[in-house]
Design a protein around this ligand. Structure first.
Ligand SMILES: Nc1ncnc2c1ncn2[C@@H]1O[C@H](COP(=O)(O)OP(=O)(O)O)[C@@H](O)[C@H]1O
Ligand SMILES: O=c1ccn([C@@H]2O[C@H](COP(=O)(O)OP(=O)(O)O)[C@@H](O)[C@H]2O)c(=O)[nH]1
Length: 316
């Protein structure tokens, strides 16, 4: 038995801190058993023996980094009688910032779906094209140049777009961003990583046949300078030559989530929803995730969490 700074009796020694448990006993024997059962390597081999082990979905590997898990532990470690241990480093909780991106051809439905995602799952929606259009209408020094490039179906200089995205991120209160229609080129991607200092945690890709995209663009009717037959042809060329390779880059990293972009808006959203539904559970309610797992100070918690997620929430 040890005491902390407030004089509370700690249930176990420092590397056996008890984790608040809604059921069961906090006896030392019970605790040891639980540590053994929930130890990542034990857990993995147990499920491997049963032929049930699958590598976790890469989305979650990205999201639940050791940093957020460590913070999670600090907040939740408690004494035997349930009062928080106050000499544990800090009581703040920091979830990793989540950056999601969407890509796909013009008219593939990115904007429409991203708005629904943002509304349903509490993301800040940052439309790269929207930011550029605002810039055109704000009479900024770059406005005329951006308008010319848009009309040609080309891509604006990366520095300009990334700085606008950065500003939008900085002025948002949220920690979850959905950056729509970006990155559109390899140069965009590199500039984003350099200026923002992060890469998207995952990228949604709306897969849509060309004729469907063209039809949607020509019916968009929002008065855009680039929604005409000539420009849409140019945009499709740019998309195939310059944007698709970036999507392939993310695919190789296991970050690309391809969504069939045909059908009604509702049908598409039902394909997107499961991806974000499980994310929401993880991001909004980390404390709800691990009600019965004891944590061991020296462990790499991320593996433990991956195992848990894999067993409980992931469909495959
Ligand atoms: N599933 C859909 N079926 C029919 N029209 C759609 C669908 N999704 C979006 N649209 C319409 O098609 C146009 C292009 O969609 P948008 O979301 O702006 O695409 P993107 O952002 O990829 O260019 C818009 O007018 C939108 O209302
Ligand atoms: O990161 C971006 C996003 C958009 N655009 C420009 O804005 C236009 C419209 O893009 P948006 O995503 O709004 O529409 P979409 O092409 O998907 O219909 C593109 O063709 C580009 O000219 C750009 O240069 N960089």
């Amino acid at each position: 038995m040890r005491t902390n700074l407030q004089g509370d009796k700690l249930a176990y020694n420092t590397n056996k801190l008890s984790y608040r448990h809604t059921r069961g006993n906090h006896t030392e024997r019970n605790y040891d058993k639980r540590v053994e059962n929930n130890d990542p390597s034990t857990m993995k081999s147990k499920y491997e023996q049963r032929g049930k082990w699958k590598d976790p979905n890469p989305i979650y590997k990205e999201l639940i980094g050791p940093e957020s898990v460590a913070a999670f532990m600090r907040v939740n470690v408690q004494t035997e009688n349930g009062t928080p241990i106050k000499d544990v480093e800090a009581f703040h909780f920091t979830t990793s910032i989540l950056f999601a991106s969407s890509t796909g051809g013009p008219g593939s439905g990115k904007g429409t779906q991203c708005l629904k995602i943002a509304e349903t799952f509490g993301f800040d929606h940052i439309g790269a094209g929207d930011l550029l259009r605002k810039e055109i209408h704000s009479d900024s020094e770059n406005g005329a140049m951006i308008q010319k490039l848009m009309k040609e179906g080309s891509i604006a200089p990366s520095e300009v777009t990334v700085k606008l995205i950065k500003k939008a991120i900085e002025s948002a209160e949220n920690r979850k961003f959905l950056i729509d229609g970006f990155p559109r080129s390899e140069e965009n991607r590199v500039a984003y990583e350099r200026i923002i200092g992060a890469e998207p945690n995952f990228v949604l890709f709306f897969d849509c046949p060309e004729e469907v995209m063209v039809k949607r663009v020509l019916n968009r009717n929002e008065g855009r300078v680039d929604d005409n037959e000539h420009t849409v042809k140019e945009r499709l060329k740019v998309y195939k030559a310059i944007t698709l390779p970036v999507a392939n880059h993310y695919a190789k990293k296991g970050k690309l989530y391809k969504v069939d972009g045909t059908g009604t808006q509702e049908e598409i959203f039902e394909r997107v929803r499961p991806i974000f539904a499980s994310l929401r559970y993880i991001l909004c309610s980390p404390a709800a995730m691990l009600p019965s797992i004891y944590l061991h100070q020296d462990h790499d918690f991320s593996e433990l969490i991956y195992s848990f997620l894999q067993l409980c929430f992931l469909p495959n």
